[in-house]
Design a protein around this ligand. Structure first.
Ligand code: NAG
Ligand code: NAG
Ligand code: NAG
Ligand code: NAG
Ligand code: NAG
Ligand code: NAG
Ligand code: NAG
Ligand code: NAG
Ligand code: NAG
Ligand code: NAG
Ligand code: NAG
Length: 426
């Protein structure tokens, strides 16, 4: 059915997998100096751990993560090949070379980009490498279908400000909108929109228009939701709990209804995934078809600290809008041994699989999950610590806090990705 453009994914194992160290709000602590970068999934490492998703709050220091490539407006309306997309094992931060980085299995089909989710896999994740500090992103796509199958089109910052469009395959006429501030859990931010016709059979255009003052979700050109910053004020913390830091556009397809997900997530996802469904028989995987994607960057906010034109960095652990600085710092690591602390320190020959550093260098192979590779190796499904109500993160058993997170996070891409990773790591 689809042209196989990238199915020959090698069985890669990232660097020397010593015991992973967890970090982040549910992790043990900040990362140590020899594995200074706290990945999107809450684990410490070097190399790709320091690129997109690296959270400066929980890394060894604010400058452990590599600077974030500055926004670039682009449109993609013909996916004839995968040349603009780097596999996560190949990308070192040169956004001029590759507009996107991905994990999982992608295909092209008559000019469309197809995200796939083969049997028992974690699905696929595609992230735009140029961070957006306010802008409009537009996607014309067909979602996947069936219970437990989630298609997503979101903006996600490295400090987990998040603006979402999510689609649960059990209901093809509902588009779920949501947002998060710094990953803080909130039950009440989701709002549903109505899609005029079945989102699996038909292309629709979904847009997120993000300015310093408001976010508008558009569906086929019509505004279905507006969030004003002034509605998000928290008088206890004295701040606007409003997405306000440079974010990447992420397209993903992932198994919210996989058996290793928490109960709350599976329920939200519309129930357990059926890995023997019609799509699993033919073409043999769940899929979502992306036709047109466009990114329009807005000017930096007035009052922004502009000292250059190449990248964004954070100047304080509060990671609010006022702590973002635009600088000339490079964004590219020399190799998979390097970190933001010294981007040219390691051996020039180190690759994702031959890095000499003993720390891990590519975050647990997948994001929104990966394709078949996440299931390779006999250890993936054995000895799982995953309970029906909690995440297991990075191989370490979680405390009760994780179960709470799982329930509360529900539809947060971030949280669910952590769970997907657990499938891979264990
Ligand atoms: C940016 O570059 C300056 C000058 O080279 C350096 O001192 C600083 O640590 C860099 N900042 C980050 C966050 O990498
Ligand atoms: C990044 O990629 C661009 C485009 O391929 C290339 O011209 C440039 O030299 C690369 N930069 C580095 C530092 O490798
Ligand atoms: C989809 O969800 C909407 C809103 O919650 C609901 O009105 C509709 O009945 C649902 N459709 C199906 C097929 O479940
Ligand atoms: C949105 O619709 C889904 C059904 O598609 C339903 O399960 C969910 O509770 C709704 N969410 C909100 C916030 O109304
Ligand atoms: C919030 O901002 C919007 C748009 O600027 C404005 O129309 C509205 O009155 C404001 N609401 C409050 C509560 O200040
Ligand atoms: C405001 O922030 C406090 C402290 O983080 C939190 O407990 C509270 O739930 C927040 N209030 C709202 C309305 O989100
Ligand atoms: C998917 O894998 C499971 C075993 O893990 C198997 O029972 C099922 O038949 C497979 N589905 C298809 C469509 O091959
Ligand atoms: C996608 O973009 C192309 C070229 O800009 C345009 O002709 C086409 O109508 C768009 N397709 C959809 C489904 O929006
Ligand atoms: C940051 O947000 C505050 C409101 O919380 C606003 O007054 C200020 O201008 C913003 N600064 C930047 C650089 O966006
Ligand atoms: C970006 O900054 C560099 C160094 O200050 C300067 O040489 C260059 O002209 C600037 N580029 C643009 C597009 O402004
Ligand atoms: C980075 O590491 C290299 C190799 O060890 C060293 O020569 C260089 O001085 C270091 N750079 C900085 C800024 O520490």
């Amino acid at each position: 059915m689809f042209r196989l453009a990238a199915l020959a994914v090698a069985a890669l194992s990232a660097s020397v997998a010593s015991a992973t160290i967890s970090c982040g709000s549910t992790g043990d602590s900040n990362c140590p100096s020899d594995a200074p970068c706290c990945s999107q999934y809450g684990e410490c490492g070097v190399g790709a751990y320091c690129l997109g998703g690296c959270d400066p709050r929980y890394s060894f220091s604010l400058d452990s993560c590599t600077p974030e490539p500055i926004c670039e407006s682009k449109s993609f309306d013909s996916w004839d090949n995968l040349d603009s997309l780097a596999k996560n094992y190949d990308y070192l931060g040169n956004a001029s070379d590759y507009d996107w980085v991905y994990s999982g299995t992608l295909l092209t089909d008559n000019g469309d980009l197809v995200l796939t989710m083969p049997n028992n896999s974690g699905g696929a994740l595609v992230s735009y490498n140029h961070y957006i500090w306010y802008g409009k992103v537009s996607g014309t796509f067909k979602t996947s279908r069936d219970a437990g199958v989630i298609t997503a089109f979101i903006l996600l910052s490295d400090v987990k400000d998040e603006i979402d469009y999510e689609f649960v395959g059990a209901n093809l006429t509902t588009a779920q909108t949501n947002y998060y501030f710094q990953g803080i859990l909130d039950y009440d931010n989701a709002v549903n929109g109505t899609i005029s016709s079945d989102s699996f059979e038909n292309f629709h255009t979904y847009e997120l228009d993000w300015t310093p003052d408001s976010i508008t979700w558009y569906l086929d050109g019509e505004s279905i939701r507006v969030l004003n910053r002034n509605e998000t004020y928290n008088s206890t913390t004295n701040q606007y709990e409003y997405p306000q830091t440079p974010a990447r556009l992420e397209l993903s397809l992932w198994p919210g209804g996989a058996s290793n997900q928490g109960e709350g997530t599976i329920t939200w996802a519309g129930g357990p995934i059926n890995w023997d469904s019609q799509d699993m028989q033919d073409p043999g995987y769940y899929y979502a078809i992306f036709r047109n994607i466009s990114i329009t960057c807005y000017d930096p906010p007035s009052g922004a600290n502009i000292q250059g034109n190449n990248s964004y960095i954070y100047t304080s652990y509060t990671v609010t809008n006022n702590t973002v600085e635009i600088v000339n710092n490079a964004t590219i690591l020399n190799n998979f041994d390097d970190t933001g602390l010294n981007m040219t320190a390691g051996s020039s020959t180190a690759t994702a699989t031959s890095a000499t550093n003993t720390a891990v260098s590519v975050p647990s192979s997948n994001g929104g999950g990966s394709g078949a590779e996440s299931n390779q190796g006999s250890s993936t499904s054995s000895g799982s610590h995953v309970s029906s109500t909690g995440f297991s993160q990075g191989g370490s058993t979680q405390t009760g806090a994780a179960a709470v997170n799982e329930h509360v996070f529900q539809s947060s891409i971030f949280a669910v990705l952590v769970a997907v990773i657990a499938l891979v790591v264990l």
